[in-house]
Ligand binder design. Structure first.
Ligand SMILES: *Cc1c(COP(=O)(O)O)cnc(C)c1O
Length: 457
């Protein structure tokens, strides 16, 4: 087979600059060894996140100029609503400034203190929003999803037995809804099969519990279903997405992912009662229901982007780029979550740096080494992001210590990927000298964004 080429050519460029290593060392120290606190211009290969970092297409830039900034009932809103309804079929559609705003409104309106919210795996902002209103956020991903080295097609699936046990244990009245996150970001960007979504829905239906889809990467998930699940090989990604949403009662979305936009999101549902409650909260927190937290031009860009994310050639190319890096890592025996995820490659930092115990944060050690060695900015998904204090206030490590290299959409080319491999090769040479870290300052919620570290001697 010939090389899969980018299904686009570049007509605008943005300069990146490799600064000297000493400058990166100094910058990292000044950022208290937390790459979230670095200046972006000092991060030439910025794989911190795929969220809002993608390149827009010419069609999106053109649409942006059509933005209708009327306060109520704008033309841009109608295009946005039409695109979201075509894909999801939901009756009530509410634009938000990003995904967490949708989560916040869902939490504020539907959760009571003491509730339990099951999910395959909660994303960090989802968990924080639910815990903030007094709920317990449970991760019920299947066993396969907990084995980083195991290659299986749908490691994001929810464990149906665990879901049933969860409902029986806590009681239906404590579970206002159940969530499924497609793809499973915190569990390695792994997809969820249509069959699993159907099975989850069937269990929930028995108890009358609504299903909410965290739809951030719905198009990537649709691509995986087409490639890996029997019976979907000749369906369009739009048809697959429509079927996924047909099982849901509501959805939260960050358009910064598969909306191919730099900002935006939405909350959507069928139920009129939920729709009314969402709208009231939206008006108070985000804005009037036909723009939410967005400008008219943002609505235009998202309407186009949602459909572009469902273009098959685009998804083939996107997956090929991440698979390319995965092959190179495999050749070097670098431990990573297999198979590669839809938006990112997740290195197993516990295995990569076995000399650093979990509570000395091997993920931070690796993230910082990648930055100093090559100006690559990744992110820890391990005990800093997910570690918890028990009742005695003793910190418990997370289940996995991962470093995520997330790939902005349509941004980096193959030579950038080859460069990443060269940096990893250099890190491999001195990995036993990479230090662990201790936290010197942290906030109460979402500490990974702003906490300070110090290298261990
Ligand atoms: C990014 C993300 C969110 C939150 O969206 P924001 O736009 O960053 O607020 C929620 N869930 C998942 C799975 C995500 O990846």
């Amino acid at each position: 087979m010939r090389t899969i080429i980018e299904p686009f050519r570049i007509k605008m460029t943005e300069e990146i600059r490799l600064v000297p290593r000493e400058q990166r060392e100094k910058a990292l120290q000044e950022a208290h060894y937390n790459v979230f606190l670095l200046d972006a211009e000092l991060c030439p290969i910025d794989l911190l996140t795929d969220s809002g970092t993608g390149a827009m297409s010419a069609k999106q830039w053109a649409a942006l100029m059509l933005g209708d900034e009327s306060y109520a009932g704008s033309k841009s809103w109608k295009k946005f609503e039409n695109a979201v309804r075509t894909i999801t079929g939901f009756k009530h559609i509410l634009p938000t400034h990003q995904g967490r705003a949708a989560e916040g409104i869902l939490a504020q309106t539907q959760i009571r203190e003491g509730d339990v919210i099951p999910n395959n795996s909660h994303f960090d902002t989802t968990r924080a929003n639910f815990e903030f209103v007094g709920a317990t956020a449970l991760d019920l991903v299947c066993d396969e999803g907990m084995q980083p080295g195991l290659d299986a097609p749908f490691k994001g699936n929810m464990d149906i037995d665990k879901l049933r046990t969860c409902i029986e244990t806590h009681g239906r009245e404590r579970i206002p809804f159940c969530m499924i996150t497609v793809t499973n970001n915190t569990g390695g960007g792994q997809p969820i099969s249509m069959q699993n979504i159907r099975e989850v829905k069937a269990v929930l239906k028995e108890y009358g519990i609504p299903l909410v889809i965290d739809a951030c990467r719905f198009a990537e998930n649709a691509y995986f279903i087409r490639e890996r699940e029997h019976g979907y090989g000749d369906k369009s990604l739009l048809e697959i997405a429509q079927e996924m949403f047909s099982y849901a009662d509501a959805a939260t979305m960050s358009a910064k992912k598969d909306g191919l936009a730099n900002i935006g999101g939405f909350l959507a549902c069928h139920d009129d009662g939920w729709g009314e409650a969402f709208r009231n909260a939206l008006i108070m927190r985000e804005g009037f229901p036909t723009y939410g937290g967005l400008a008219g031009r943002d609505l235009e860009v998202i309407a186009v982007g949602l459909m572009e994310a469902l273009e098959y050639d685009y998804q083939v190319y996107r997956h090929a780029t991440i698979t390319y890096l995965g092959k190179k890592f495999e050749e070097r025996n670098i431990p990573f979550v297999k198979p590669v995820g839809g938006h990112a490659l997740f290195i197993d930092a516990k295995e990569f740096l076995p000399h650093i115990p979990p509570l000395h944060y091997p993920g931070i050690g690796l993230v910082n080494a990648l930055y100093v060695d090559g100006g690559i900015r990744g992110v820890e998904l391990g005990s800093v992001m997910f570690g918890k204090k028990d009742d005695q206030g003793v910190e418990k490590p997370a289940r996995l210590e991962l470093v995520r290299l997330a790939f902005p959409r349509r941004v980096y080319t193959q030579s950038h990927f080859d460069y990443i491999v060269e940096v990893i090769d250099d890190v491999l040479l001195h990995r036993d000298q990479i230090p662990g870290y201790r936290i010197t300052r942290q906030p109460q919620y979402l500490r990974h964004f702003t906490c300070h570290f110090e290298p261990m001697k």
